[in-house]
Write a protein that binds this ligand. Structure first.
Ligand SMILES: [Zn+2]
Ligand SMILES: [Zn+2]
Length: 255
């Protein structure tokens, strides 16, 4: 399996997922068509599908123009048939997707939108705008309970799972994380590493589930330091996981 990251728009990432045995490939979240098609032309591959994580334009904006050039299967959650351009295969939790000899598993993870999915190919997770590196997506259509359930589902994945998300947001996310857990050494060292990468204009995506568990404030509802930071701002806050998550999300919305 080969994965090629393609920077799109201002801070989006689309991906080419290639089966090296058959040379068949999928485009994941084409924000725009032209840079994706240009990149695909450089590889000896046959693109057979588009995989969309959710309906937002910055993840589906390239669908129509790509489909004008070639007929492809388009995968996305079954509830988004009217919102994902060209959708041919409405999918849901547990479905399997075949790209050449690669088999991907669909995870239904609503919260950012009601029809958000992730695609898991071996230990490579394409999770759109649900889990970000050091952050998570805004709750545009879902509830904190829903998003918390979705993030818990992703947290059940193995430590070495690579997190390929939809945006380059890591540095800003870590700045926010440090405001809640300034004594988390893993967080401090990740921030330094990420700053170094960004100074050179390098990508900070993918991360691993292990790093996210250790440093992503939206997964750290059990952290005593994070809980204390929230209590300092809202003394009567309940400390159950959903309430902690919801408060972190609320703070980030205005950070
Ligand atoms: Zn989105
Ligand atoms: Zn997005």
């Amino acid at each position: 399996m080969k994965i090629i990251q393609i920077p799109l728009l201002r801070d989006n990432y689309g991906y080419l997922l290639i089966c090296e045995q058959t040379k068949e490939a999928a485009i994941i979240d084409p924000s725009e068509a032209e840079p994706v098609l240009r990149r695909a032309e450089q590889e000896p591959i046959a693109v057979i599908a588009i995989l969309n994580t959710h309906h937002h334009r910055d993840h589906t904006g390239g669908n129509d123009a790509i489909l004008q050039q070639q007929k492809l299967r388009v995968y996305g959650h079954k509830s988004d048939a009217s919102r994902i351009p060209g959708l041919t295969d409405g999918i849901d939790e547990g479905d399997a997707i075949k790209i050449g000899e690669l088999i991907g598993k669909v995870l239904f993870i609503p919260g950012h939108t009601t029809g958000h999915v992730a695609y898991l190919f071996d230990n490579n997770l394409f999770c759109g705008d649900t889990l970000f590196t050091a952050g998570c997506g805004r709750l545009f259509e879902g509830t904190p309970e829903q998003m918390h359930t979705s993030l818990k589902k992703l947290m059940a994945l193995h430590d070495d799972t690579k997190v390929y998300c939809g945006h380059e947001y890591t540095e800003g996310n870590l700045r926010f994380a440090l405001s809640l857990e300034p004594k988390n050494h893993k967080l401090v060292s990740r921030f330094e590493r990420v700053q170094g990468l960004r100074t050179r204009g390098a990508s900070t995506v993918p991360s691993t589930m292990e790093e996210e568990r250790q440093t992503n404030p939206f997964l750290r509802w059990d952290s005593k330091e994070l809980q204390a930071s929230l209590k300092a701002q809202e003394p009567h806050l309940r400390l159950d996981p959903v309430s902690v998550f919801a408060k972190v999300r609320q703070l980030k919305d205005s950070f």
